[in-house]
Every structure is written in structure tokens, then in C-alpha cells.
Design a protein around this ligand. Structure first.
Ligand SMILES: Cc1ncc(COP(=O)(O)O)c(C=O)c1O
Length: 363
């Protein structure tokens, strides 16, 4: 479906020079360099979505009473644009991000942005900043961050009557510049990420704010990432601070925690379920206890654990550590983890046939 947004484009008069851009793209890191342009659209109850524009990237001027700064009515998405060997630029299942943003908007009482308008907005920015999409070599990409926030100047707890939707983009380097290495996980027993009826399934800043102290604890414990349990029984594995989890068993079964309403419905997670089907692996979506994790690794029933998300695609998990113990599947990347990762990355970079129809050509 075509976007109904009329998007004006004002090119920057001061683009980053070609030499500087080449330097940035040679070693982009993550989330520190931003492209020449940004996408902005406004919403009011009277006008709906309007004033859609691609403009030069610039700081925002916000009144100190802007609602989002106080009540956190905000949602976002994370996706990537990939350059293929023939120079074309593609996004991966952008309508899935658009649909998730609609669900997040409903939960946060924000206006819904139609799927076609979301995809059209991302396309407009990526086209304007096409030269910022790194070459296919390595696993570089252009990370794209759509977000929506309560921009009304108003102190009071009610849904905002002025909302702004924006898209910005930032070149991203290979997540594992020094090769794939398993991450270690700290089990958070003092902090929950999301409870029943809360916002866990929405991609909203508050969920990440609430995860920071647990992530800090993980670092203090010498671990890379934190895993959260369900808030009610403190028994079932939910997800990491920014990735979903998969457990590979010795009988070939692969288990991923079911969508309980408290975890994020990862697009990588959904894609892996479909991909595994094609690769002949059986995936079970079900509740999965932390005792199953601990005992499964100790007994050898669980042979591989991996995490997945847009940023790192698929990351092997080595050690699980908790207060009083730890267990590990080792420091190697397992064959299933490797196979799933390779298949997904090959589709994203156009090196394998996209039999699922997942890729969307931008330019
Ligand atoms: C909490 C959380 N879970 C899971 C994911 C993975 O989602 P996706 O595969 O859509 O990137 C993310 C990352 O976006 C996340 O922030």
C-alpha cells in the first residue's frame, strides 16, 4: 500500500564531506554518528498526521514542559538498511516494525501511524541519506531509529494532543568486530523488567529505563547482559534487556519463551521461528523456567543458547550466572546458532535467495 503522507524534502546545505564520511563509514561504531537528514511529522487530533518532511539533521528545541520529558509517553523502533553487492539498499521486514509500532502506540495511548506511512517515512530518510549506507563488505549497515513522542507543552497526566514522529539514522559497524564470542548473562532476581498488564510488549523507553539498574548489576558481576524472569513467579525466563532468547536441546528441539504479553515480540525472534522451520528444526514457543536452563546446561540436554535482535542478529550465550552459582555451554559458537545466524545474515545482505519475501527495496 502507498503512503498517503505528502513528504517535503529540504536537502541540507552542509552535508558531511565525502572524505569525513568515508572515515566514519570505515569504523562507524554504534549510535554515535548521525546522517545529514532527519524525518519529522506532526499529529494533532484535528489534523491527524501532517507536515511530513525530510529536513537537515538538527537539534530539537523543546519547551521544558514538553510532556514526554515528564510522563515518558514515547515509543520507538529499531531496524537496519543493508547495502547489497549491486549497490541497492534494502530494509528487512519494515512492515513488522510498523505493525509493532502500532501496537506500542495503542499501549501508550499515542496515535497510530499507518503501516504504509511508517514504511514511506523510513524509505524517504534512507533515500535522502543513501550515501550513508555502508558497503556490503563486513556486516555494516545503516541503523534506523523511528520514534514517536508526546510533544505537547503541558503538565498533566493525559495523552498528549500534539505528538511528533521522527526517523533518524546512524551507520553501524559489525556488532562482533573481533569475531563471534559468547556473551555472559547475569540473572536478575531483584528487578523485573515488566509485569502483567504493564508495558513489556511495547517498545517504549520506560522499559529500558527500568532495565538499567539490572544491567549495571550484571556489569558489576562481570557479565555482559542481564536476563529477566517473569515478575509474578520469578520462575520463567523472559528475555534479555534488548534481545530474545533461544535454547537448543540435544534432541534437536529448540525452545523460545512464548509471547507472554510481558516480552517484546522481536522481529528477529519471529523470523528465526520461520527460518528454523525451513531448516528442519522444530521450535517450541512455551514457558521455559530458569531451572530448565540451569539443569539443562548442567546435564547436557541444552547444547546451545543464543540471543537474537536487530543489533547483533544472533549472539551465542555462554555463561549464565546467578547469586550463588553459574553454568556454561562453553566458549564456542554452536552449529545451530551458526547456521541460523548465517542464513539470516545472508538473506539480509542479499547473498541468499529471499524465499520468504522479507526484504524491501528502498533504492
Ligand atoms: C527488549 C527487547 N527484546 C527483544 C529485542 C529484539 O527485537 P528485534 O528482533 O525486533 O530487534 C529488542 C530489540 O529491539 C529489545 O529491545
Amino acid at each position: 500500500m502507498e503512503s498517503s503522507l505528502e513528504i517535503s524534502v529540504t536537502p541540507t546545505s552542509d552535508p558531511v564531506g565525502q572524505e569525513r564520511l568515508a572515515e566514519i563509514l570505515a569504523d562507524p561504531g554504534f549510535g554515535t554518528h548521525f546522517t545529514d537528514h532527519m524525518f519529522v511529522a506532526e499529529w494533532t487530533p484535528e489534523q491527524g498526521w501532517h507536515d511530513a518532511r525530510v529536513t537537515p539533521y538538527a537539534p530539537l528545541t523543546l519547551d521544558p514542559a514538553t510532556a514526554v520529558l515528564h510522563y515518558a509517553q514515547e515509543i520507538f523502533e529499531g531496524m537496519k538498511a543493508y547495502r547489497h553487492d549491486d549497490g541497492s539498499v534494502w530494509t528487512f521486514r519494515p512492515e513488522m516494525n510498523a505493525e509493532r509500532m502500532v501496537r506500542s502506540a495503542r499501549r501508550l495511548a499515542l496515535p497510530e501511524l499507518p503501516v504504509a506511512d511508517f514504511v514511506g517515512s523510513v524509505d524517504a530518510l534512507v533515500r535522502a541519506d543513501e550515501r550513508w549506507v555502508p558497503d556490503a563488505a563486513g556486516e555494516k549497515s545503516l541503523y534506523v531509529r523511528p520514534f514517536m513522542f508526546a510533544s505537547e507543552t503541558f503538565l498533566g497526566v493525559r495523552p498528549a494532543k500534539h505528538v511528533t514522529f521522527m526517523v533518524i539514522a546512524s551507520p553501524a559497524g559489525a556488532y562482533f568486530a573481533k569475531g563471534l564470542k559468547p556473551v555472559s548473562i547475569w540473572l536478575s532476581e531483584d528487578y523485573a523488567r515488566a509485569g502483567r498488564g504493564g508495558m513489556g510488549a511495547a517498545k517504549t523507553g520506560g522499559n529500558y529505563a527500568s532495565s538499567l539498574v539490572a544491567q549495571q548489576e550484571a556489569i558489576e558481576q562481570g557479565c555482559d547482559q542481564v536476563a529477566f524472569l517473569d515478575a509474578t513467579e520469578q520462575k520463567y525466563v523472559e528475555e534479555l534487556g534488548g534481545m530474545n532468547l533461544y535454547f537448543v536441546h540435544d534432541d534437536g528441539t529448540i525452545v523460545t519463551p512464548e509471547l507472554s504479553g510481558t516480552i517484546l515480540e522481536g522481529i528477529t525472534r519471529s523470523s528465526i521461528i520461520e527460518l528454523c522451520g525451513k531448516l528442519g528444526h522444530r521450535v517450541e514457543e512455551r514457558r521455559f523456567t530458569v531451572d530448565e536452563w540451569r539443569e539443562g546446561v548442567a546435564s547436557g540436554r541444552i547444547t546451545e543458547v543464543f540471543a537474537c535482535g536487530t543489533a547483533a542478529v544472533v549472539t551465542p550465550v555462554g555463561t549464565l550466572k546467578w547469586r550463588g552459582g553459574e553454568t556454561s555451554t562453553g566458549e564456542d559458537i554452536g552449529p545451530v546458532t551458526q547456521q541460523v545466524r548465517q542464513n539470516l545474515v545472508d538473506i539480509q545482505y542479499g547473498r541468499a535467495e529471499d524465499t520468504f519475501g522479507w526484504m524491501h527495496r528502498v533504492c
